[in-house]
Ligand binder design. Structure first.
Ligand code: BG6
Length: 478
């Protein structure tokens, strides 16, 4: 029976804007995330046009990885990581996104981070854009709605590819690119919030703008993938999808069809383009019914074909249901919620926990594309308690991760070609949806709190040693 590959990637995942801090240090410019205040489960984060005094912006200090990277990477190495997924902040390299030349101090910082990983034989696994478009591009072009961003993104990618060509192999172009198929994508990934200030849930959504902006991201991604393949054949280029597995709430044919529609436009649409190289037929009907006419330039459809990715990656936290019955109970979620599944329990933030859904999802994706895959985010956002003796007994997290790893193993037995697993927020960091610190995912606790206080000291949770032994045994000792 098959089991995890010998060279399986075990590690963790992070994003620059959620853990680096040092938001305006060494020439870095502000990104959309830097303009977002803190929020909570009940109060949405706000976007401000300028930095307000006496207001907390969680990305500004975050957990200050910028000044703690040596200590943090050493802890990852102690845990046995052989891979570390992190993102490069576009605004460290091009502070407004529009400069002609890259910022040397920014490039140097990532040299240091990559070298530190390599020192411990940790493979750097880089997300090029993770929810942090330069704010200057929001102001000037309404974010990705402006076609100009394609070239600016290419300039950024060429700079980092050319600089790190000898020490990085794995690249993901856009984190959770399918965020752009949902209203939340305006803030998170597309930056289509020009002139908007206020709660992130209050952005006026226009699907015409959203899908146009998303098209520009597809073209940008394909162009840089093609550039990488032509210039650096050793590179392996991947996509990244937020997979929100959607079951029909009942076997009623209408529910079946509704679930299929949602699966297509929310989960499959982006990867159909990035893996297969063309807009899927089912999207035509959706565009027609929603009066969406994407403006394309000559060569766009060709480049999508020429810039397809080498492997498929995704985040998986939960599943939801789709129903045609409007009275069904609803549940929360990261990019979107859905109808409640009576067979599942949920986290404190209302995200339904569904390990078997991960097996189902891995099998479905592999059936469709037949290329190597990797789970690059998964985990439980939970409140942790520090005991009087300093210990943190996060058995609930161990339980969540264990069940998901066991289901990944089943999927491998089912025939899926799985490259690795990098649980989200391997070290506590700022929550993307709420801006909280209290929603923790880490194996490593960081003394930093929602009000911005804390010593920033790092300590191991119970899950640290557990995950270390999982890694040592390549997933056998679980
Ligand atoms: C994913 C994002 O959607 O979910 C991460 O790629 C994010 O950036 C993660 O942090 C968990 O979501 P949250 O809202 O709990 O931080």
């Amino acid at each position: 029976m098959k089991t995890f590959r010998k060279d399986f990637f075990w590690g963790g995942a992070t994003a620059a804007n959620q853990f680096e801090g040092a938001w305006n240090v060494d020439g870095k410019g502000p990104s959309v995330s830097d303009m977002c205040t803190t929020g909570s489960k009940d109060t949405p984060k706000r976007i401000t046009a300028t930095i307000e005094e006496n207001t907390l912006y969680p990305s500004h200090e975050a957990i200050d990885f910028y000044h703690h990277y040596k200590e943090d990477i050493k802890l990852f190495a102690d845990m046995g990581f052989n891979v570390f997924r992190f993102s490069i902040a576009w605004t460290r390299i091009f502070p407004t996104g529009m400069e002609k030349e890259p910022n040397e101090a920014g490039l140097k910082f990532y040299d240091n981070v990559i070298d530190e990983c390599r020192k411990y034989n940790i493979e750097p696994f880089i997300t090029i854009s993770h929810y942090e478009m330069p704010y200057a591009l929001v102001e000037k072009y309404n974010g990705w709605y402006g076609r100009e961003c394609i070239e600016l993104f290419e300039r950024y990618c060429h700079a980092i590819f050319d600089r790190y060509k000898d020490k990085v192999v794995y690249w993901l172009t856009f984190n959770e690119i399918n965020a752009g198929t949902m209203p939340m994508g305006n803030v998170l990934s597309l930056g289509t919030v020009q002139g908007y200030t206020g709660p992130i849930t209050g952005v006026k959504d226009d699907p015409k703008i959203r899908y146009q902006a998303l098209h520009h991201q597809f073209v940008a991604s394909a162009r840089v993938v093609k550039y990488a393949h032509e210039n650096y054949p050793q590179f392996k280029m991947g996509n990244m999808i937020c997979f929100m597995t959607t079951y029909p709430a009942t076997c009623k044919p209408d529910d079946m069809l509704k679930a299929q529609r949602e699966m297509r436009m929310k989960n499959w649409f982006c990867s159909d383009i990035m893996v297969r190289g063309y807009y899927p037929e089912y999207a035509d009907r959706y565009f027609e019914e929603n009066d969406i006419n994407i403006k394309m330039e000559e060569g766009d459809l060709e480049i999508l074909k020429e810039g397809t990715v080498d492997f498929y990656t995704f985040s998986y936290y939960m599943s939801i249901c789709a129903s045609t019955d409007e009275n069904e109970k609803l549940t929360g979620g990261n990019l979107m919620g859905g109808v409640k599944n009576p067979y599942l329990e949920a986290s404190d933030w209302g995200w339904q926990i569904d390990p078997k859904g991960l097996r189902w999802t891995l099998n479905s994706i592999y059936d469709r594309y037949h290329i190597p895959m990797m789970v690059v985010e998964n985990g439980l956002g939970a409140l942790d308690t520090v005991e009087a003796d300093g210990s943190i007994n996060d058995d609930y997290r161990i339980d969540y991760l264990r069940k998901h790893i066991l289901e990944m193993k089943e999927a491998v037995k089912d025939g899926v070609d799985l490259m690795g697993y990098t649980p989200w927020g391997c070290i506590d960091l700022v929550s993307a949806s709420t801006g909280e610190m209290a929603k923790r995912y880490g194996f490593i606790y960081v003394d930093k709190h929602d009000d911005g206080t804390g010593t920033l000291s790092r300590s191991k949770k119970k899950s640290f040693d557990w995950f270390k032994s999982v890694i040592e045994s390549n997933g056998e000792n679980i």
